[in-house]
Design a protein around this ligand. Structure first.
Ligand code: FEO
Length: 397
């Protein structure tokens, strides 16, 4: 990635990963990603904020050499996950005088994950500051966005907040700052990122976002995706996503083997639409789980649709509900529709796999064989009940 000047003596020196298509062997990256790293030159000391994925360490070192960085005093580690910390050992090899500046929890994790030795660390506490000479960095602990050790760094003079994963997006782009033209694209990427990475920590984010509200921030510089010169753009989006408010939307993840469940899904989707409810069906045999996660950011209701396979739900449905359960969306209502040939525990297993969610279960509609007249009446009744629940929530007409 090209070196980009952010402010006087503050540079973006990280790497764009245009080709990466999977993160954590789980999360699809349709738009690639970036590992942002920032160099800050004070009058006396130089600091690097986060590094890059170890596969891109050479690029980072090359950028530092291009900027004629002969001495590095601090590598600030805001988060121990290897896409940001993985190049620290290489930086310490190239700059043996550098100290890793981080909090106590992150130090322990970096020692465990990267085997960085004790004498390499400088530990900071919540609210601590250091001077680089004309540039002051302070540190705010922000646990659980999204690991227990996460923190933010704030550059006081330039009013830049470095948030690492928080407020970021998996988006490879040559536009380093969000602009009016790219806002829609970045909004979508940031929402997807929130859904996949941050949503399980919605409640702690509500507290952490309070911590930064009184800071005078002109630029938010995350460690994935573009930077925000208009902090309100991303902060307002997050405030909406983390709020307890849900929207008049139903998510329908489904699998169908012999078209019985599919017929039910098609009927049910129309029934919801006819009642003025937005609906997003996801065929789980070909769904990008990031899209499914994103749909759960706002939806009030999930209705899982499955055939019965070997006495339980289809395994693709089990995978999806396991993921939904882990992501802990703020949905309020859940139900199940589907079919069976001779029996099984399909509904019970789906319900058991959604146990993290504080949802009201609406009476499922599970039928034997192919759906007929009575089945459609039951699906209409389910759609009526959902409409009624959404009305009680004040989100449907
Ligand atoms: Fe981008 Fe949690 O690492």
């Amino acid at each position: 990635m090209a070196i980009v000047k952010i402010e006087t003596d503050v540079y973006s020196v990280g790497s764009i990963d245009w080709d990466r298509r999977l993160f954590d062997e789980l999360i699809p990256l349709p738009d690639g990603t970036s590992y942002n790293s920032y160099l800050i030159r004070g009058e006396e000391k130089t600091a690097l904020i986060d590094t890059v994925d170890p596969t891109k360490a050479d690029e980072l070192v090359e950028n530092l050499k291009k900027l004629k960085v002969n001495r590095l005093d601090y590598v600030v580690s805001n988060h121990a996950e290897q896409d940001h910390s993985g190049a620290i050992p290489e930086i310490l090899r190239v700059y043996p005088e550098a100290k890793v500046l981080t909090n106590k929890k992150c130090k322990a994790m970096l020692s465990d994950l990267l085997m960085i030795s004790e004498e390499k660390f400088v530990v900071v506490n919540d609210g601590d500051s250091i001077s680089l000479g004309g540039k002051t960095l302070s540190f705010l602990l922000a646990p659980w966005v999204h690991w227990p050790e996460t923190m933010f760094a704030y550059l006081k003079e330039e009013k830049i907040l470095f948030t690492c994963d928080f407020l970021g997006s998996h988006l490879a782009t040559s536009d380093i700052f969000v602009t009016g033209e790219t806002e829609a694209e970045v909004y979508r990427a940031a929402k997807r990122y929130y859904a996949e990475i941050m949503m399980p920590f919605r409640k702690t984010i509500q507290k952490n976002i309070e911590k930064i509200k009184d800071l005078n921030v002109e630029i938010i510089a995350p460690s994935h995706g573009p930077l925000y010169k208009n902090p309100e753009f991303i902060l307002d989006a997050y405030k909406d996503w983390i709020s307890d408010d849900v929207k008049n939307q139903v998510v329908v993840p489904y699998v169908s083997m012999h078209k019985s469940t599919r017929k039910m899904v098609d009927y049910f989707v129309n029934a919801l639409m006819n009642r003025g409810i937005s609906v997003e069906p996801f065929n789980l045999t070909r769904t990008d789980v990031g899209e499914l996660a994103m749909s759960l950011v706002d939806a009030a209701t999930i209705v899982v649709a499955s055939p019965t396979v070997l006495a339980g739900p289809h395994p693709s449905v089990v995978y999806a509900v396991y993921l939904v359960n882990a992501l802990r969306p703020k949905i309020k209502f859940a139900s199940v529709i589907g079919s069976y040939g001779w029996g099984g525990r399909m509904v019970d297993i789906i319900k058991e796999n959604l146990s993290n969610l504080k949802v009201e279960i609406i009476e499922p509609v599970v039928i034997k064989g192919y759906p007929g007249g009575e089945s459609f009446k039951s699906l209409d009744k389910l759609a009526d009940t959902i409409l009624e629940k959404h009305r009680e929530e004040g989100i449907a007409k």
